[in-house]
Design a protein around this ligand. Structure first.
Ligand code: MG
Ligand code: MG
Length: 376
């Protein structure tokens, strides 16, 4: 039986700054999800938040990019926006960039990660497990390093040496700055094209991982949201705050192999006004952003799912564990350290990223005041 897991997220308002949605906003989305389960549009579904981003995690039989599922997500965000507006929340409806999308929220603001797969309880997938990562105050490139390491470096994923994974993984990488005519995508294989993959993924502002497939089994393991709001809106409207859906175990990396690169707490583009480089701190689900100068955060949940598409009665919240306290301290130390240089050099993003923001206005005013002095 074909099952689809859809993860759709959006920031539609938050309390006292870009911190977290209100309880009523979460309840409004939950009501929509529960209604859709009752109507049998969804098999299962739930809502979480990571910082100011609401995240819908849903199972159904409709396939990827389905009108009914995307419309449900859009309507859910609209109902949360109503509460956000009512109580004066900051940035109410901020990620809903279209008036009414034509049955697909891709390119309309919300971030989407979806995988459709066969689940017959047979080899090579006798059981199905997946993880959902959600990150706030950063762009899709925030996943480039940890996900690359988990799928392409045996130092982080020793499982790559096993017969089921030794052929490696196929990476679909997208040029996020290029939206003309559709998605600009390249397919590269790890380990064969390792250095070419690194060449692209080093620039997380422009290139992001869109999907990953097992080369041995031709099965999709990962889907990541890679829309950039500034590419859609033509200006800065908020950071992209990506989600990732990753099938785990067996023929794919195990959760621990996926999580281990996150101990690096890499500097990622985002943070305050989406304009700085700051470390990515792992946090429990439903954590608000209140750290020094924002501090980008990432959550990681693990689910099991039945062949009929029902989620396990509870999920595992991987980063909600004392084992990650030391990593969080490391992120805070790195954050405080780079903030010592404030606006200078690589503490802030390069100018071509700031070009979408209000910083451009200040810069353009200054550029006009330059005078040409002839050399003698
Ligand atoms: Mg926000
Ligand atoms: Mg956000």
């Amino acid at each position: 039986m074909k099952l689809t897991v859809s993860v759709i997220k959006a920031d539609v308002g938050s309390i006292g700054g870009h911190t977290q949605p209100t309880k009523k906003m979460v309840q409004a989305v939950k009501k929509k999800i529960d209604g859709a389960i009752k109507k049998k549009l969804l098999i299962d579904g739930m809502v979480t938040f990571t910082g100011d981003d609401l995240c819908l995690i849903m199972s159904h039989k409709k396939g990827n990019d389905h009108k009914d599922i995307h419309t449900l997500a859009w309507d859910s965000f609209i109902s949360a926006t109503k509460y956000a507006e009512e109580c004066g929340c900051y940035g109410a409806g901020q990620d809903l960039l279209a008036d009414a999308p034509s049955g697909n929220v891709r390119g309309a603001g919300p971030g989407v990660a979806e995988i459709t797969f066969d689940f017959n309880k047979k080899e090579p997938r006798p059981a199905e497990t997946f993880m959902v990562f959600a990150a706030d105050k950063c762009g899709p490139g925030a996943y480039n390093l940890p996900i690359f390491l988990a799928f392409a470096d045996p130092m982080y994923c020793a499982g790559l040496m096993l017969p089921k994974m030794i052929k490696g993984f196929r990476f679909e990488i997208i040029d996020m700055n290029n939206v003309k005519g559709g998605d600009h995508v390249i397919t590269l294989d790890a380990p064969d094209d390792l250095y070419e993959i690194a060449m692209l993924l080093r620039d997380g502002e422009r290139f992001g991982i869109k999907a990953i497939y097992s080369r041995e089994y031709d099965e999709q393991t990962a889907s990541l949201s890679t829309d950039r709001l500034h590419s859609i809106a033509g200006k800065y409207t908020g950071k992209d705050d990506p989600v990732a859906l990753i099938r785990t175990q067996g023929i794919f990396p195990a959760p621990e192999e996926l999580l281990s690169p996150f101990v690096k707490v890499p500097f990622v583009g985002g943070d305050s006004r989406g304009s700085h480089n700051m470390p990515l701190m792992p946090v429990a689900i439903n954590t608000p952003v209140t750290g020094p100068y924002c501090l980008p955060i990432v959550s990681a949940l693990g689910f099991s799912i039945t062949p009929s598409g029902r989620f396990s009665d509870q999920f595992t919240d991987f980063f909600d564990n004392p084992a990650w306290d030391f990593v969080r301290l490391k992120a805070q130390e790195k954050a405080i350290e780079i903030r010592q240089q404030g606006w200078y050099g690589n503490a802030m993003l390069p100018y071509d990223e700031l070009e979408y923001s209000g910083f451009k206005v200040t810069m353009n005013k200054l550029l006009k005041k330059f005078k040409v002095v002839k050399r003698k």
